[in-house]
Design a protein around this ligand. Structure first.
Ligand code: SF4
Ligand code: SF4
Length: 381
């Protein structure tokens, strides 16, 4: 076991300033602090701002945590810009709504800048395994240091939304839909996400696990008090620990399994050096959506792959009584798999690539993740 702490966990029961300050300082000091930040640097915090949602929904990084983290950076003489590109348009108008709803607008009075550079570009990344040309929001390229400040959430498609997944927000707005279509296979999608992480190389990842989201995440789940702030300079190891804490194994989360295959994490989560006993912290009743990998057919024959698709792969399902017929799911669907019938969405199974964009963007949480009877049975066992 490594004596250096790789992933630091601190208890933080709520978002009161004193509690966040104490927990943040404790976690940061365990992993070497913020000494890498120097006066005059332009530090960008990549938050999770998945949509114009109130912080009490637990879908976005809490503004009080972002404030305390920013304060510590500003004290070092650096400037702070907080940004993200949610799935909607990457425009001043839309991000203005997001900043307001998520409580970030209030942070400006503390000298924190909210990103107002809506430029987009493409960069070449030759070392990539899947994504050699990365479409990226330009403000990130101007940063001296990038800090990833994500939310701990269950996720319809990727099972876990935490450090690695949060960097999908570097892909500008609606290009994300194009990417879902380009990488319909979950392992390919995971490798694309790892490529983005390897390109951007955030210096630090801080997880807002004070109130996490369980269930129908990443936008329509239920807030869950977890009471933790977790920090690491290695987002792959951090994700592995966070997954363990909410009851997900390496095999359940494609980004974690692919990180392992790339040699970025050990096979066993217990081989990651942490300041607390992670088994004692596991939240046994956390509602997770294991979407697809209870049994790994990924490397099997075409036939087993087909069988997996039919009997194991979770699919989106409209709960008609909760649906308001707004057509958002239809408009975001990258596979054009949704048509409206009598004012309600109807999904074409053959076209659907199970990317769960429809679930993520439904404003009413009416699009659910439907597990097959076989995957439910295996999960019970
Ligand atoms: S119906 Fe939903 S899950 Fe299927 S491709 Fe469209 S957005 Fe993705
Ligand atoms: S986005 Fe949600 S509420 Fe809107 S039409 Fe689709 S399922 Fe219904």
């Amino acid at each position: 076991m490594n004596n250096n702490i790789e992933v630091a966990i601190s208890r933080c029961e709520d978002y009161k300033k004193d509690n966040i300050s104490k927990a943040l300082d404790e976690a940061l000091s365990l992993i070497g602090g913020l000494d890498f930040i120097k006066s005059g640097m332009n530090v960008v915090i990549k938050a999770n701002l998945v949509g114009p949602m109130n912080p009490n929904k637990a879908a976005t990084t809490n503004p009080d945590l972002l404030l305390e983290l920013s304060r510590r950076i500003i004290e070092r003489g650096a400037s702070v810009t907080i940004g993200d590109s949610p799935g909607g348009p990457f425009t001043k108008l839309y991000l203005g709504q997001v900043y307001k709803a998520t409580g970030l607008k209030d942070l400006e009075e503390f000298g924190i800048k909210l990103n107002d550079d809506f430029g987009e570009t493409r960069v070449e990344f030759k070392q990539a395994i899947k994504c050699k040309e990365i479409p990226i929001t330009e403000y990130l390229l101007k940063a001296d240091v990038i800090i990833n400040c994500c939310k701990l959430k269950s996720h319809g498609m990727m099972a876990l939304s935490c450090g690695v997944k949060n960097l999908y927000g570097i892909v500008p707005g609606t290009t994300k839909q194009e990417f879902h279509f380009r990488y319909p296979d979950y392992n390919d999608f995971a490798n694309m996400l790892i490529d983005l992480n390897e390109f951007l190389k955030p210096s630090l990842t801080v997880v807002d696990g004070v109130v996490a989201m369980e269930g129908n995440g990443p936008t329509a789940g239920v807030p869950k008090n977890v009471g933790l702030i977790i920090a690491s300079k290695n987002q792959y190891k951090l994700d592995f620990i966070c997954a363990h804490l909410i009851g997900l194994s390496r095999e359940n989360v494609p980004t974690i399994e692919e990180s392992f295959k790339r040699g970025l994490i050990p096979a066993d989560v217990h081989d990651i050096s942490c300041n607390m006993s992670i088994d004692d912290l596991v939240i046994k009743d956390f509602d997770i959506r294991k979407t697809h990998r209870q049994i790994d057919f990924a490397n099997s024959s075409k036939l087993t792959g087909k069988l997996f698709n039919k009997f194991m792969r979770s699919r989106p399902m409209v709960k008609k009584d909760e649906c308001i017929g707004c057509e958002k799911c239809k408009n975001v669907c990258p596979a054009k798999a949704i048509i409206m019938v009598n004012g309600k969405p109807k999904i074409c199974k053959k076209k659907c690539i199970t990317c769960f964009c429809c679930q993520e963007f439904c404003p009413k949480g009416a699009m659910k993740v439907k597990k097959t009877w076989l995957s439910k049975l295996i999960e019970k066992k």
